[in-house]
Design a protein around this ligand. Sequence first.
Ligand SMILES: Nc1nc2c(ncn2[C@@H]2O[C@H](COP(=O)(O)OP(=O)(O)OP(=O)(O)O)[C@@H](O)[C@H]2O)c(=O)[nH]1
Ligand SMILES: [Mg+2]
Length: 401
Amino acid sequence: MAEMARQTLQAIDEADAVIFMVDARNGITVQDKVIADRLRRAACPVWLAVNKAEGMNPAVITAEFHELALGEPLAISGAHGDGITDLVNLALEPFPVDEEKTDDFGIPKIALVGRPNVGKSTLVNALVGEERVIAFDQPGTTRDSIYVDFERDGKPFTLIDTAGVRRKGKVFETVEKFSVIKTLQAIEDANVVVLVLDARENISDQDAHLAGFILEAGRALVVAVNKWDGLSPDQRDDIKRDIGRKLAFLDFARFNYISALKAKGLDTLLKDVEAAHAAAFIKLSTPKLTRVLEMAVEQHAPPKSGLFRPKPRYAHQGGKNPPVIILHGNALEGLRDDYKRYLESSFRKAFKLQGTPLRIQVKEDTGKNPYEGKARAPLTESEATRMRRKKRVRRKVYGAG
Ligand SMILES: Nc1nc2c(ncn2[C@@H]2O[C@H](COP(=O)(O)OP(=O)(O)OP(=O)(O)O)[C@@H](O)[C@H]2O)c(=O)[nH]1
Ligand SMILES: [Mg+2]
């Protein structure tokens, strides 16, 4: 409770405007008076919103709240939306829109995810350099995704602190039941995910499952093995071996051994995040892709499938975040998965794609325009994947049925 109160006071200090919300149905409470005393000394404008006022006479319902001496009380209903537009317009009036700032394209959005209590919130605070979110030695401290903007070396980033998730049976869950969907949404919303692991606990199936989910979502990934401070060399070796065994499928991602508490290893972590972000949004030209494809095929031709040997002819980029490479050619449905993996690693090496998943898809050349005569182009592969994935997310969160 003390930590929460501290965050609230800090928010008041930093805010450009405050909306103080009271409950029309409760009337003025003792706490309201204490808060009002504090707010009368605030350096910014304060708006007094009297909530739950639907179906009541505004003049009557707000009358007693004049006593708080915070100006004209405004009757609103958050549940029904009454009076909200007026309130927001009033509160925003002193702040003209800064066109440049509203365009946040290109700012890396980084979600920090992991099991409860691994140190995600501590890491957010360490990166920002001040106490932005509550960190506490108790699983389930963070209940909702919290977006925090910050700059480092003049570069802007957005961090998303999330509620810790664990896996129970076939579905993910958090300490607080409804937080899990927020965390999974944050993964979808992010450009780069930092998977935070706790070096003091065994790397578990839980971590591998969460990593799998991130991979399936196609997000760029950097791993942070936290609480690296105060471990003996033997312990460190053990953990590294454990990770090598259980998280081998994350070989495309960089692993960082850090201490959020002591602010160690953060510069390298952020560098890896930037590299992963750049890789996820890389632009690959058709000639360059095709050249790499040709070289790979020359070195190692695709094995025959039945009577035919698949013949990839050229490649182009079909999407970003994650990059999708579409192969064109003949008999490509016969391309085996291990050969696709071989091509993937060839592209990865050629374009130094560190930290992002990479998708390879094939397209059969039919010699005619597949969209001819159709009113609307069918979904592209990446659109279709995205829709399928969304459905899958929903199923995972709620479980079967
Ligand atoms: N020794 C050590 N302790 C740490 C480190 N990072 C975090 N902790 C401690 O781990 C505990 C949990 O930290 P939080 O940052 O609240 O963990 P969280 O992952 O946000 O937890 P939830 O919000 O519950 O999911 C706190 O007691 C932290 O002080 C670290 O690098 N080293
Ligand atoms: Mg937390």
